[in-house]
Design a protein around this ligand. Structure first.
Ligand code: FAD
Ligand code: A2P
Length: 268
């Protein structure tokens, strides 16, 4: 256990780290104990953090990557070398404590969309996190006939967390049967050669993804979408979705798509 963890332990919102897995030098995932009172809707985010050297909390928004039925909470994180939080967070180990404010919020929730036939999850980088939760929520499969997960990163190694998660769903004793063949996974890389390549925006506008998956072109009667990436990605995807006739909704006014930033800034 590191020194920082020992300090945090005295805080009321402390939770204990149970597992940590490093995926690349820029990406890791970890699980923590779940406060008994914490209820959340899959796709929502909470504030998590650590104390700095002076004992002041450094808090950041994090999507909950685990489904709402899970006993623990899972997070999927970037490592920003000089980032105030993640330069520290990347060193957590099982038994350490983090701060977790149990007030989940967010727009990427199923209730913010009108009923439809297919739901599209469109993510780059750690924008996968809210969908790691939604892909494991039975309600997603109750509401939609098909669930399409498009995830794009520069390199193959950055897709690995999502790939293993999707792979594990088939045999999941709790939801494997519900997922069946409803989940269509469409990972792509943009800078390393792989089986499938290209930006999400390009694969939608060219129609390649529809042809590859054998589904009709996106349309406002059948398709719903959730978007999570950098600000520019979100803006560009919005333009594409609006081009297919989809309109942006919200919790208060469900429509055909919703958007959330995966982080603030230009990315690393
Ligand atoms: P910061 O000072 O917060 O960021 C420094 C710079 O690093 C940013 O300006 C940006 O350029 C870049 N950056 C920050 N986060 C990312 C990222 N995720 N991917 C690429 N570049 C980034 N981060 C996660 O890792 N996982 C999540 O599930 C997650 N969910 C979020 C949900 C919401 C609604 C928002 C607004 C942000 C979310 N973030 C998530 C980003 C997170 O809040 C922090 O920015 C991140 O943990 C880095 O913190 P930091 O203090 O080390 O650096
Ligand atoms: P590209 O390699 O063509 O820039 P980053 O690592 O910069 O955050 O990007 C993550 C992934 O998102 C990369 O594959 C990147 O493709 C893609 N991407 C970045 N910006 C956009 C955008 N505005 N529209 C579509 N895809 C984007």
């Amino acid at each position: 256990m590191n020194q920082n963890a020992a300090i945090v332990k005295t805080l009321p919102d402390a939770q204990t780290v149970t597992t940590v897995q490093h995926w690349t030098d820029r990406l890791f995932s970890f699980r923590v104990t779940r406060p008994q009172s914490l209820r959340f809707r899959s796709g929502e985010f909470v504030m998590i953090g650590l104390l700095d050297e002076r004992g002041k909390p450094i808090m950041r928004a994090y999507s909950i990557a685990s489904p709402n039925w899970d006993e623990e909470l899972e997070f999927y994180s970037i490592k920003v070398p000089d980032g105030p939080l993640t330069s520290r967070l990347q060193h957590i180990q099982p038994g350490d404590q983090i701060i977790l404010r149990p007030k989940p919020v967010g727009t990427l929730v199923l209730d913010a969309l009108l009923p439809g036939k297919r739901i599209w999850f469109l993510a780059t980088g750690t924008g996968l996190a809210p969908f790691a939760s939604l892909m494991r929520d039975p309600e997603t499969y109750e509401r939609y006939e098909q669930v399409i997960m498009m995830h794009t990163c520069r390199e193959k190694s950055e897709l690995e967390y999502g790939r293993q998660l999707v792979e594990s769903l088939k045999d999941d004793p709790l939801i494997g049967e519900m997922v069946g063949d409803k989940l269509l996974y469409y990972p792509t890389t943009t800078r390393e050669t792989s089986d499938r390549m290209g930006r999400i925006t390009d694969n939608l506008t060219s129609g390649k993804v529809f042809a590859d998956l054998g589904i009709p072109q996106m349309n406002m009667d059948e398709d719903r979408a959730m978007v999570c990436g950098s600000l520019q990605f979100n803006l560009d995807v919005k333009t594409v979705l609006e081009g297919f006739g989809l309109r942006e909704g919200a919790n208060s006014e469900p429509l055909e798509y919703v958007v959330e930033k995966a982080f603030v800034g230009d990315g690393i």
